[in-house]
Ligand binder design. Structure first.
Ligand SMILES: Cc1cc2nc3c(=O)[nH]c(=O)nc-3n(C[C@H](O)[C@H](O)[C@H](O)COP(=O)(O)OP(=O)(O)OC[C@H]3O[C@@H](n4cnc5c(N)ncnc54)[C@H](O)[C@@H]3O)c2cc1C
Length: 384
């Protein structure tokens, strides 16, 4: 019987597996796809701090992104430039592959083409059944299957309260001079569209994506034709669609089971970005599982400390981002225009420069809500 089975070979699962392998446990990762890191459903923007914090080689980072331009529905824009290299765009396939290689070097077994279909637990063990008909026994399961909530629902862990639909392509294009964020009810109701410049082997590409509440194919097609002309996009790529969780599942642990990363909905609610939060949750999970296996207590009540620990790390941040998302979603196009104009002409830039951090947005949100003009727009009900 293995000590740990990790369901899903994305960043969160592979990082948890690596840390547990390093502790000397017998760990197996089951990944449904035939290769790690593929297919890619991610724009791959990662803050510089993640490389240092998780000891990940920067070789998977393609280049830094210094410029971002926010487009209001009217077309007016606000540009923000960072002096230092605060965020990078990564090659997501080689990022995941690197996490896999080091897990394997730590003694972890990674089995691909192995989709977990059912999970059962009792007082003695956990049982994992794959759609190939294989059956694995282990002491504890780390559920790291990403934004797919069939198993969580079946295990009584629940599903996130908030979702958006997303679609993305990566395709050849002219070189964009900034990350572009496009907003408005005709672009992406409830979300936004993005265009991220990528340079790979001296050739320029764009990762063009969109998240919205519904009809993602329709909005993505419109967005693509709008941006396509401007940046000379190659038009043949087929968009990859995926649901985007925007908040945690109600319960991230159970008897002999712990959920990490997107599988637990531990992401940034403003954007759905989850690589960094997923890695942090994997580290916390690995610490709890290590203590539980060593003390031979992997009951639900012991594993509750994982839920408490990751909420200590992120709950306030997640709640602040959810609140901001709610306020932003209620803005009409005129109000978004006003907010972008405010950022452009009226003193928001220094606040952003002082408080913006890619993974921790609460200070920026508080600062924006403390600005009288921005507060009037965002908290409009209070002022009407
Ligand atoms: C369009 C888009 C753009 C994004 N851009 C960014 C970004 O720029 N920055 C950022 O930080 N985040 C971004 N994200 C979010 C980011 O991709 C996720 O937060 C991150 O991949 C979560 O990692 P994970 O390991 O939890 O899950 P995943 O990376 O989804 O990995 C889960 C793995 O489990 C496997 N799996 C699923 N079910 C099973 C099963 N039953 N049995 C076996 N294996 C299974 C899957 O094949 C997958 O390999 C984006 C997401 C989308 C959709």
């Amino acid at each position: 019987m293995a000590d740990v089975i990790v369901v899903g070979g994305g960043p969160a699962g592979l990082h948890a597996a690596y840390l547990l392998g390093k502790e000397g446990f017998d760990v197996r990762v089951l990944e449904e796809h035939s290769s790690i890191g593929s297919p890619v459903h991610c724009t791959g923007i990662v803050a510089a701090e993640a490389f240092k914090e998780f000891d990940i080689q920067e070789s998977t980072a393609l280049h830094p992104l210094h410029n971002v331009r926010f487009y209001a529905p009217s077309g007016t824009s606000f540009e923000y430039r960072t002096r230092d290299a605060e965020v990078f765009v990564i090659d997501r396939r080689s990022f995941d592959q690197q996490l896999c290689d080091r897990a394997v070097a730590a003694g972890v077994t990674v089995t691909t083409s192995s989709k977990v279909f059912d999970i059962r637990t009792d007082d003695q063990r956990a049982l994992v059944v794959t759609s190939n008909g294989e059956c694995f026994q282990c002491r504890i399961i780390v559920l790291a299957c990403g934004a797919d909530y069939v198993l969580q629902r079946r295990l009584g862990l629940g599903v996130p309260n908030h979702f958006l639909q997303s679609a993305q392509i990566e395709t050849r294009s002219d070189l964009l001079d900034a990350v572009e964020i496009h907003t408005g009810k005709d672009i992406a109701p409830g979300g936004f569209g993005w265009a991220v410049p990528v340079i790979r082997n001296d050739q320029s590409y764009v990762r063009l994506g969109l998240m919205c509440a519904s009809r993602v194919d329709h909005y993505f097609a419109n967005f693509r034709s709008r941006i396509g002309k401007q940046w000379n996009l190659e038009s043949s790529a087929i968009p990859r669609r995926k649901i985007l969780p925007l908040g945690p599942i109600p319960k991230t642990f159970g008897n002999r089971i712990i959920a990490v990363g997107d599988a637990a909905g531990i992401v940034k609610p403003t954007t759905g970005g989850g690589i960094y939060y997923g890695l942090v949750s994997a580290s916390i999970a690995a610490r709890t599982v290590t203590a539980g296996l060593r003390s031979n207590d992997i009951s639900s009540s012991f594993l509750a400390q994982y839920d408490k620990a990751w909420r200590n790390a992120f709950q306030a941040e997640i709640e602040s981002q959810l609140m901001f998302r709610k306020l932003a979603t209620r803005l009409n196009d005129t109000e978004i225009d006003q907010l972008v104009a405010l950022a452009k002409y009226n003193g928001l830039r220094p606040l952003i420069r002082m408080t913006a951090r890619f993974n921790h947005q609460r200070t920026l949100i508080n600062a924006v809500l403390g600005h009288p003009g921005a507060r009037r727009i965002l908290l409009k009900e209070l002022f009407s």
